[in-house]
Write a protein that binds this ligand. Sequence first.
Ligand code: ADP
Ligand code: ZN
Ligand code: ZN
Length: 731
Amino acid sequence: MPQFAEVALPVPMRQNFTYQIPTNLAWPLEVGMRVRVPFGRQQLIGLVVNISDECALPPQQLKAINVVLDSSPLLSEPLYKLTLWAARYYLCSQGQMLTQALPVALRKGASAAPEFISYYALTDKGAAATLASLKRSPAQQKILQQLQQGELTTEEVQVLELSKTAIKALKDKDWIGLYERPLVADRHWREQLELGEQPLKLNKQQAVAVAALTVQTGYQCTLLEGITGSGKTEVYLSLLETVLKQGKQALILVPEIGLTPQTINRFKRRFNVTIAVIHSGLTDKQRLDAWRQARCGEAAIIIGTRSALFTPMMWPGVIILDEEHDASFKQQEGVGYHARDLAVMRGHLEDIPVVLGSATPSLETLHNALNGRYAHLQLGERAGGALKVRQGIIDIRNLPLRAGMSQPLLNEMRLHLQAGNQVLLFLNRRGFAPALICHECGYLHECDRCDAFFTVHQALGEIRCHHCGNQYAIPRQCHHCGSTMLQGQGIGTEQLEAMLTKEFPDYPVVRIDRDTTSRKGSLEKQLAAIHRGEYKILVGTQMLAKGHHFPDVTLVGLLDVDGALFSADFRAPERFGQLYTQVAGRAGRASKPGTVLLQTHQSDNPLLKDLLHRGYGEFARSQLSERQQALLPPAWHMILIKAEAHQASDADTFLAEFAALLPQDNAFEVIGPMPAPLDRKAGKFRRQLLVQAADRKRLQQVFEQLLPQAEALTSGKRCRWSLDRDPQDLL
Ligand code: ADP
Ligand code: ZN
Ligand code: ZN
């Protein structure tokens, strides 16, 4: 019997801990089981990652495992390997990564064994009832119709947002019942898959894509690049049919904002199978239930946001990431993993295909598709009727602006409103630390040492280049024309809303941003009111661009194009290109074509021209070659070291000492320490160090070697610091 177990614990120390294995265990301990162990004065739950007969420490110094919580390993081998790989790649402890991968209830010690599944189904009485008899109660009718297709788990009822009152009414009438059965038996979908609706007849491009995807066996990653409305979802559905018929499960990851009842419904309507839905709004219990359903194979389809990536599957078949460019796939707090990159790795380890879909692929994915690492499929036509957008640029140099709006845009707005249509206005909220631009001549102040734009730090009274660290005092006059009208401040959505309410008193305004939608369900309510036409003017941030179609919007105005395009973040142009394309694709309909107007000081900017005249695809390709020339991702690889402290010098000292540990040569660059583009937050000074390396392996090795030294620095105790691998957001 081996004596020692290495246990990964959810603590920030980048190491595992060794414990003695009790001799009186009822079953042999295996790697991947949870154990409860003493840690300091606490009891912690961790995962066994290694078992051996040898131990570097004297055994009498070791404590023993208290309880073994599982009778078999919790994660399949590929999934377990994925978390270990991710811990190494993201430079955190295995315990921290495993914590990301497990539902909270399991981390707290709940049993992983399948239990019961509760579901709603029709009673005999309900089965005999007709939909027509519920004509006067649409909510009940909807539920009856759903249940005629098949049972619904309690989780499904919740995510589909079916009315609780209607459920109760139907139960009181004894038309439906709430039942329970053991969660192991029902995998009928593997023997015989029933389709709830007939698939659409695929167009030629869709058929080609489906044919290419369905012949894949084993790992292969594919970029499905298809303009908005080209029928990507239809391709997923068709691929899913093949996968499910082979008796395999599908994992579908969607952006946070894309996980709507409509999305779930589309899959539910097509396939009569249990769908496990996993997102951050679930209770611990619901989340564990969904996890169990996926793990035992009851759920044929798993749909979820970022963290659903770690959901176990009994018979893994395919992983699909929709809107793969979406920033919500990268976790910003704590362990900053990227669900897209881990999904590809998981596909590799499970040896199953991965599909990345988008109308506006990220440059990382495009890079891999163009260099042949990923397969590349394209859908270039709209599946349901063509729609052409009229686009135009308003040169706002020297024009008076009111809350960021120029007179030409206000005039155009009036025309659209008077015609009975809706107008959508976009503001860029990433404008915390904007570029320095001259309102008179449009000159953008550019770093004299490199190709990047200066960022204005009002509070520090300086402009900084976040590419090389170069800095000056904020100039009083434009370097090009001498004007004193230099702009470096964004406009707020509230200010804009107030101005519009005054200017257009007859047309109700709605504002959609983080502040107005922070309460659960409030975004849905606002969107529903927009669709009913209760609002005529929509003011919003990026949130409005994703996933929602606005058929009655005929004018879209992008106000702060310069702030969006020329920010300190090297991803700003890419993000803007995506935003612009997504917005342009969602406004109007075939009978009511949309107009998109952009306000800018830089009407001749080649980037902007590229985007407008040649479209996202070409724009992205030229961006990619610019990134390569500038030695930026995806060509080079990045780690951002962030430190914050009440005293700026504390953060600076630590980062300077960290920097001294790093090599510097022509394949390894260290920039900083310097203020973060957003240099103060909640009273703390934020500083950063940017590390860029040509070689990913070398970057990894360097950090693995120096982290123990960096952790030992006493200056690190006087600030809060963290690492962000492949940062998506330099703010
Ligand atoms: P995407 O996911 O690329 O935005 P969708 O799959 O949602 O596109 O399709 C857009 C619209 O076109 C949907 O209303 C869908 O029902 C319809 N559609 C998709 N494929 C077809 C097809 N082959 N024939 C007819 N309509 C289609
Ligand atoms: Zn000027
Ligand atoms: Zn510079």
